[in-house]
Design a protein around this ligand. Structure first.
Ligand code: COA
Length: 182
């Protein structure tokens, strides 16, 4: 799917562009926002490289990677970033990730964003399973995923290498039939 635009009540998702590097750096360059990510705060150049990779991957056929600028619906200001990655060997399934600028936290936006990603994955991409992995210590992500309907599945031990050593992940998922029933 090309040129994604996905509108919710408070948030919109659209494909990232090179003009979004600075807005994305406000998330990926922030130590609080990257505290539970497997990498430390990124430089603007590193974010630029991520955006370049995302633009190249968006041309793949079939498309597997969607990297979105998250805009607030009122002002169309970019307040976060989200990604959805369809698994190569299991194309019914995709992993999501997300981050909002810290000044936007605590107002239900993270929960709304997860709901929007699930809606995009199930309704527009026809996926069966959408999952996300979080740090065991990431309480806001845990609560946002649970509230959005992503069931806690279990722990992957030593899932990711980080600068501080191996990190376990807690996996959450939503299934299309359960999600439709909600
Ligand atoms: C995870 C994240 C997107 C959540 O966004 P948010 O807009 O703050 O989340 P919400 O306002 O929707 O809150 C979700 C839940 O967490 C709770 N919460 C939010 N911040 C909290 C905090 N600091 N401590 C405890 N609970 C918190 C809310 O009360 C809410 O719980 P409820 O559903 O029971 O009411 C945001 O914290 C973020 O961008 N973090 C940095 C990146 C990150 O960790 N991404 C997740 C990777 S898996």
């Amino acid at each position: 799917m090309r040129h994604v635009q996905c509108n919710g009540a408070r948030l919109c998702l659209r494909d990232v562009t090179e003009a979004d590097v600075s807005a994305l750096h406000a998330v990926y360059g922030d130590p609080a926002a990257t505290r539970f990510m497997p990498f430390g705060a990124l430089t603007s150049e590193q974010v630029g490289a991520l955006v370049k990779e995302a633009l190249e991957a968006a041309e793949d056929e079939p498309r597997r990677l969607y990297v979105f600028a998250v805009e607030d619906s009122d002002h169309h200001e970019v307040i976060g970033v989200a990604r959805l990655h369809v698994e190569t060997d299991l194309p019914h399934s995709a992993e999501i990730g997300l981050g909002l600028r810290p000044d936007q936290w605590g107002r239900g936006m993270g929960t709304d964003l997860i709901r929007l990603l699930l809606s995009f994955g199930f309704k527009q991409l026809g996926l069966h399973r959408v999952w996300g992995a979080r740090s065991p210590d990431n309480l806001p992500a845990q609560l946002a995923m649970l509230t959005a309907g992503m069931v806690e599945e279990g722990r992957i031990r030593h899932h990711l290498p980080t600068p501080d050593g191996w990190r376990d992940s807690i996996v959450h998922s939503a299934l299309e039939d359960e999600w439709t029933d909600r």
